[in-house]
Design a protein around this ligand. Structure first.
Ligand SMILES: Cc1cc2nc3c(=O)[nH]c(=O)nc-3n(C[C@H](O)[C@H](O)[C@H](O)COP(=O)(O)OP(=O)(O)OC[C@H]3O[C@@H](n4cnc5c(N)ncnc54)[C@H](O)[C@@H]3O)c2cc1C
Length: 591
């Protein structure tokens, strides 16, 4: 497997890999990583679909990418995905996955046209004091000291950030800024999470810095991601006769490790037929989704709590990874990510409005009619002064194909689940859907005497607790995540958010899909480059422009500097006078 960029390799159709007709594949999980691996096996590996077996413990596919209407509970989507035009692997695949919505279009076409015609941006990024404008005014509002802390992190080598927390690196200069408000709520970072991950995000999305305050950097699918992404992939794979086995818990994998040679030999799974073992030869490729951000997630309802149940059990992603990791150090260290769910949990709640009473409050804040089918909030609205640090969003409606025309389905989430709310004086994790809705309505500015009535009769709210949702943000060091294909592997690969691939950032659809592509390309030796992670961090234009944007348009000469620094800067500017560098600095308004 090797990386490339540009059109030369992007458009080549790889020749059939040697001996692929002798091979078969077993894929553990049916999340985006696993489904991508299956698609790449079919499209580029040219493996017969009948020889690909997807083993999923849940009754339906999709993993973290959900979106269902549960009988007598209502609509539920644990999350909504903010996505990027530079998800290179994702678009490489999605251009070949037919849309299930419009005949003749690919999923990429559908997404492209939608976001072209109706670009995303927010008209209210944050609120305060019960529905008033949070007055972030598209500013990052960082001090010169904070700018320096951010820049220092940007240039710190990864190795120096191993096992460090964000709060070890930054202080209130950064934490008190709008920058951090945007960042932590958009990406779900807590101050105790990994400093390395923040650095990787900064580098990965440096081209988007200007678009963060109002989310013009973001793009969204038409419906929830189960309907807009998972279902088309499933249809594509089913059309190639890929075999899906649901309610199938893979409980163990046994490896034969002989010096540097590592081979997966046995796959043990439990299903309604009891425990079974599949013997694996060198020609049986095994793809394992290890760990999982939605493992142990629980669902409540309008009148019940989503219980916090972090105990790890046999047949789950964490237990499986622990058993695998015990067999070789190169298989990673799961305990680094899952040892303390208090540091990795948060909750979301899906709210469905049932009549015309709540939508005007939504409209007042987002400044758009939510029923037009176009962008509504344009990304999350953060309630700056909420104890739970609530954010909420309504994407284009309908979010579900079965949704009624006069209903809105939106999403609320809180980063702090263990502290009392501001109206409901209970921690979010002890609240029913109705109570979470009441807290939200309070912060939307609904008169207090109407709050309970509206939460009870004008909405249905379903909470979800996810104890390991940010497990991948826990501080880590080299080797804590196994390489996608560990050294010496003959027939197996790791997939998903806890497999290591350089430069990309976890908690993204792209990261999972990239691991799927890299795994297939490595194990089958596919003769085509995997598109490298978008290289904006090496693009001087993006670096200059982000410096300008991050400092809210101030020039470099406006920075507080010592006399010595001022003189040094003067010398540099003198040196670049009359060069292209000076032109670039001017173009990006830095001088
Ligand atoms: C709330 C939320 C918000 C998000 N927001 C964004 C966003 O804004 N932008 C973005 O790009 N991404 C976002 N993501 C991330 C993205 O959706 C996920 O990273 C991605 O979907 C994960 O896919 P995966 O295949 O790696 O893992 P998963 O989807 O977790 O799939 C793993 C699968 O393996 C199965 N499995 C586990 N163990 C076993 C076993 N032992 N036997 C059989 N099956 C097993 C699981 O049931 C699951 O189906 C968000 C995710 C969530 C949950």
């Amino acid at each position: 497997m090797y990386y490339g960029s540009g059109n030369y390799e992007a458009f080549v159709r790889p020749r059939k890999p040697k001996d692929v007709d002798k091979k078969s594949a077993y894929i553990v999980g049916s999340g985006l990583a696993a489904l991508s691996a299956a698609c790449f096996l079919v499209r580029d590996g040219q493996m017969q679909g009948e020889k690909i077996h997807v083993l999923e413990k849940d009754p339906i596919p999709g993993g973290a990418c959900d979106g269902y209407q549960y009988d007598s509970v209502g609509y539920v989507m644990r999350g909504g995905r903010e996505m990027d035009n530079h998800f290179e692997v994702m678009w490489d695949l999605m251009r070949d996955i037919p849309s299930i919505e419009t005949e003749g279009l690919s999923v990429l076409d559908e997404y492209y046209y939608l976001n072209k015609d109706d670009p995303n941006f927010s008209l209210m990024r944050a609120t305060k004091e019960r529905g008033k404008d949070g007055e972030t005014n598209k500013q990052f509002a960082i001090s010169d000291k904070a700018a320096k802390q951010i820049m220092d992190l940007f240039f710190t080598p990864d190795e120096e950030l191993y096992d460090k927390r964000i709060q070890d690196i930054w202080d209130d200069e950064v934490f008190g800024s709008n920058f951090w408000l945007y960042w932590r709520t958009m990406f779900a970072f807590e101050n105790w999470h990994s400093a390395l991950e923040v650095k990787l995000y900064l580098k990965r999305y440096i081209h988007h810095i200007e678009g963060l305050p109002d989310f013009k950097a973001l793009r969204f699918t038409k419906y929830n991601q189960y309907e807009s992404m998972i279902l088309p992939m499933i249809k594509y794979l089913e059309s190639h006769n890929v075999n899906f086995v649901y309610d199938c818990h893979v409980v163990d994998v046994k490896f034969d490790i002989n010096g540097d040679r590592k081979q997966a030999k046995k796959l043990v799974y439990k299903s309604s037929e009891g425990e079974k073992t599949i013997e694996l030869t060198e020609n049986d490729l095994l793809f394992i989704t290890n760990g999982g951000c939605v493992e142990n997630s629980t669902m409540g309802s309008q009148n019940s709590v989503a219980e916090f149940k972090p105990e790890l059990k046999e047949g789950g992603g964490w237990d499986l990874w622990k058993r695998i990791a015990a067999q070789d150090d190169s298989f990673g260290h799961p305990e680094k990510f899952c040892y303390d769910p208090e540091q990795t949990n948060w909750m979301s709640a899906t709210v469905t409005t049932l009549d015309d009473k709540i939508p005007p409050y939504v409209q007042k804040i987002c400044k758009r009619d939510p029923f037009t089918g176009g962008v509504v909030t344009g990304g999350i609205v953060t309630v700056k002064d909420s104890s739970w640090l609530l954010s909420w969003t309504f994407n284009r409606q309908p979010q579900f194909r079965t949704q009624k025309d006069d209903q809105l389905v939106g999403w609320i989430y809180g980063l702090f689940t263990d502290v009392p709310g501001d109206y409901i004086k209970k921690p979010m994790r002890d609240c029913t859907g109705k109570e979470i809705c009441m807290e939200w309505l309070y912060h939307m500015g609904v008169p207090e005497e109407q709050i309970e009535e509206l939460a009870e009769n004008s909405a249905n709210t379903v909470p979800v607790m996810m104890p390991y949702i940010t497990a991948f943000f826990m501080p880590r060091a080299k080797g804590d995540r196994p390489l996608v294909v560990p050294e010496g592997s003959v027939n197996f690969a790791f997939l998903g958010q806890f497999a290591e691939t350089p430069r990309d950032t976890i908690f993204t659809t792209e990261y999972s899909m990239r691991t799927g592509m890299e795994a297939v390309y490595t194990l089958l030796n596919v003769e085509r480059a995997v598109p490298e992670v978008w290289a904006s961090t090496y693009d001087l234009r993006d670096l200059l422009h982000s410096s300008y944007a991050l400092r809210d348009g101030k020039k470099i000469t406006d920075m507080q500097m010592s006399m010595m620094e001022k003189m040094a800067l003067k010398k540099v500017l003198k040196k670049v006078e009359g060069t292209d560098l000076e032109k670039l600095l001017k173009e990006h308004k830095l001088i």
